[in-house]
Design a binder for this molecule. Structure first.
Ligand code: ZN
Length: 292
């Protein structure tokens, strides 16, 4: 997310709490943190699909219940960290559980239009993948889907959440795209890619490029369900428009029971602006000026 993200403070708040807790290595274990706060932490039955988790308050006692239907340890950690967000972010406990007792039901996972849910999601990402611990590991992890898998394993986070955090923290030109069928569900571009002039930002609901491996992959739901993967080449222009036809890499993986597909676009070798300016000056200097 860009610095214009109105919820970015929740990520920074989580990072400062991790520092305050003197956690100095990954993974951050949200269950342990909750238990050290004397919270009861409980798994919900697998059949219970209605929400990602719940925060229950009874006076000064809290309990967290988290969903297990996706059978994904990363998602469970994210759900617990999301509930911790509702406890730690100033204003949340009072707004979500007014009075001395009650329950807040959560829908974690980056797609909520609700301000409190969005803030708790940003908190969870910053809590499980705080930049000061995550970035040094990112630099060692390599690139593409393989790097995201290394970090997902290290942080015990889902591929989806790790991919988004990777795009937020990397200095490279890259983007991650979550898609379903023929359309983009959401896309996170790295800051470096956002700075490239003359390209369009990929938007929710936009069609996938006709010739992309991602679109071909999405035609077969079994490949998504079985978390199959494809590595291919693609083109910057096909995804982001603009006038440059630059070959890029396209890694694709099915996200299993989540039912969506993760695409990682990377190895985007954008020419330096100065080189391009030199080129256009050269062209200008060779262009005769005609007078009528
Ligand atoms: Zn929530």
């Amino acid at each position: 997310m860009s610095t214009s993200d109105p919820y970015i403070f929740a990520t920074s708040h989580a990072e400062s709490i991790v520092k305050g807790l003197k956690i100095s290595a990954l993974p951050v274990n949200p269950r342990r943190v909750a238990e050290e706060l004397d919270f009861v932490v409980q798994a919900k039955p697998v059949e219970d699909r209605g929400c990602s988790g719940m925060l229950v308050r009874y006076g000064n006692n809290f309990a967290i219940a988290y969903a297990t239907h996706l059978q994904n340890e990363g998602f469970e950690n994210f759900s617990i960290a999301h509930e911790l967000g509702h406890y730690y972010i100033p204003g949340h406990p009072e707004a979500l559980i007014p009075g001395e007792q009650g329950t807040h039901v959560s829908r974690a996972g980056f797609n909520s239009g609700d301000r409190y849910e969005a803030e708790a999601d940003r908190f969870a990402a910053g809590f499980l993948m705080p930049r000061h611990l995550f970035f040094p590991e990112l630099e060692k992890a390599g690139k593409g889907l393989e790097a995201i898998e290394v970090l997902s394993f290290l942080c015990k986070t889902s591929l989806h959440a790790t991919a988004i955090r990777f795009a937020q923290c990397t200095r490279d030109h890259m983007a991650i795209v979550i898609s379903e069928g023929g359309t983009v569900d959401h896309c996170f571009m790295s800051e470096a890619l956002k700075q490239v002039r003359g390209i369009d930002w990929l938007r929710k609901g936009q069609g996938l490029p006709a010739c992309s491996s991602t679109l071909a992959f999405n035609r077969d739901p079994d490949r998504i369900a079985h978390a199959e993967r494809v590595q291919d080449f693609s083109n910057l222009q096909d995804w982001f428009g603009g006038r440059r036809t630059i070959e890029i890499r396209e890694d694709v993986v099915g996200l299993g029971s989540y039912g969506k597909t993760l695409t990682v676009l990377y190895d985007i070798d954008v020419p330096e602006e100065e080189d391009e300016d030199d080129e256009s000056r050269l062209i200008d200097s060779w262009t005769p000026s005609f007078r009528s």
